[in-house]
Design a binder for this molecule. Structure first.
Ligand code: PLP
Length: 404
């Protein structure tokens, strides 16, 4: 008789966004005249930059002619895209990455969930709290997170690293030694960044204890402070201990197009085996590449026009984030993030819980955000707003918050 993977039953499911959706729906049904502004969204709102849309059209036409038709792409991505990535994302920052160390994918989410496949189920996994939920949930589905969620909301077998005001939202090294460490900077949800020295510390720590870091740099394009690391490979020794994930979703509006890449250095060894070889095997087995049209769109991001046009979009979202940050500060809120990330992490006033503040904002300002507690127990008492809305809506939302 067939049997299910019972770990799927242990996972509570996307309680956070389902609950937000239900609350907003109920409120709208009871108050149809109220105009809701959503500042909780993680999706972008601007259309694709013109040069990218044009390149996609052109590439589509090529697929319609026999001389320029393309079938299955290479598992690792077309050479033209990997060359552009190496040149612009790495060489330009003094980092030497080989073409065979880059694996093009359809966005960072799948790889952030699937990288666990190449590691033993016995690996001890460390995650930040609060955290992008995919790292935790994918390990739970694999059976690596343990048997149950504790009362605190922690999986019994994961190592949680609190990110708090006290540590500036950069975790301390855990007491228990991990084998795998997920780090994401600039961070979703806290909007926090990591300095080069702090990241170097993590690289040195990982090498010392023999752990592998899975570094999520999906928000790298939002770094505005000079000197902050855009890639973990800017740190010495990282190519011996770290995998890096990147996404085109937030720097170029590819949330609906779907494109990203993962770097697995050839010098990264685990159990005497090259993880690059294992990941190639994973991709050959479970993946059939990213479409030609999408990879051409990705290459357009690195053209001079592409860089200018996408930088403008990032600046637009960051203007929103700044508006939120400064607007809230002027109202007396304690606010973090919004400087090197499109996320603003605010402390709920008067000891309200994250959900109490959600309700308060929804009912009194008709503004929707994301309760921090949905990202982990240490997110309790915080609230996430994003710069991904329109400027007009962002300004209007701030005006409403000010008025209450
Ligand atoms: N990593 C982080 C930290 C994210 O916040 C997101 C999306 O919101 C992703 C990865 C997934 O991005 P993608 O659209 O490339 O799958």
């Amino acid at each position: 008789m067939s049997k299910i993977n019972a770990n799927y039953l242990k996972l509570p499911g996307s309680y956070l966004f389902a609950t937000i959706g239900k609350k907003v729906k109920d409120y709208t049904a009871a108050n149809p005249e109220k105009k809701i502004i959503r500042l909780g969204i993680g999706d972008v709102s601007l259309p694709l930059a013109p040069v990218i849309a044009q390149e996609m059209s052109q590439a589509s036409l090529e697929l319609g002619a026999s001389e320029t038709f393309h079938g299955y792409p290479d598992y690792e991505g077309y050479d033209f895209l990997r060359a552009a990535i190496i040149e612009n994302d790495y060489k330009a920052r003094g980092v030497d990455i080989g073409s065979d160390e880059i694996f093009v994918n359809d966005g960072a989410k799948c790889d952030s969930a699937d990288l666990g496949d190449i590691f033993s189920l016995a690996c001890k996994v460390a995650v930040c709290d609060p955290v992008y939920p995919v790292y935790v949930d994918s390990n739970a589905l694999a059976g690596r997170a343990g048997e149950f969620l504790t009362e605190k909301g922690y999986w019994s077998n994961l190592i949680y690293m609190p990110c708090t005001e006290a540590n500036g939202f950069v975790p301390e090294y855990p007491k228990e030694t991990p084998d795998l460490i997920y780090l994401c900077f600039p961070n979703n949800p806290t909007g926090g960044a990591i300095t080069k020295e702090q990241l170097q510390g993590w690289v040195d720590y990982a090498k010392r204890v023999g752990a592998v870091i899975i570094f999520d740099a999906a928000y790298e394009a939002y770094i505005s402070e000079p000197g902050l690391p855009h890639s973990i490979y800017e740190c010495e020794g990282a190519k011996e201990c770290a995998i890096e994930m990147r996404s085109f979703s937030k720097n170029a509006g590819f949330t609906g197009v779907r494109l990203g890449f993962t770097v697995v250095p050839k010098t990264l060894m685990c159990d005497g085996v090259s993880l690059n070889t294992l990941w190639m095997k994973h991709q050959e087995t479970k993946f059939n590449g990213v479409s030609y049209v999408v990879q051409r769109a990705g290459a357009a991001v690195y053209t001079p026009e592409g860089k200018t046009q996408t930088a403008k979009q990032v600046a637009y979202y960051m203007k929103n984030a700044r508006e939120i940050r400064e607007g809230l500060k002027a109202c007396g809120y304690t606010v973090y993030g919004g400087e090197n990330a499109p996320y603003v992490w605010l402390k709920t006033p008067e000891r309200m819980t994250s959900w109490e503040f959600f309700d308060y904002l929804l009912e009194n300002a008709n503004v929707v955000g994301t309760p921090g507690s949905g990202f982990g127990p240490h997110g309790e008492g915080f609230f996430r707003l994003t710069g991904f809305g329109s400027y007009e809506n962002t300004k209007a939302a701030l005006e409403r918050i000010r008025s209450i």
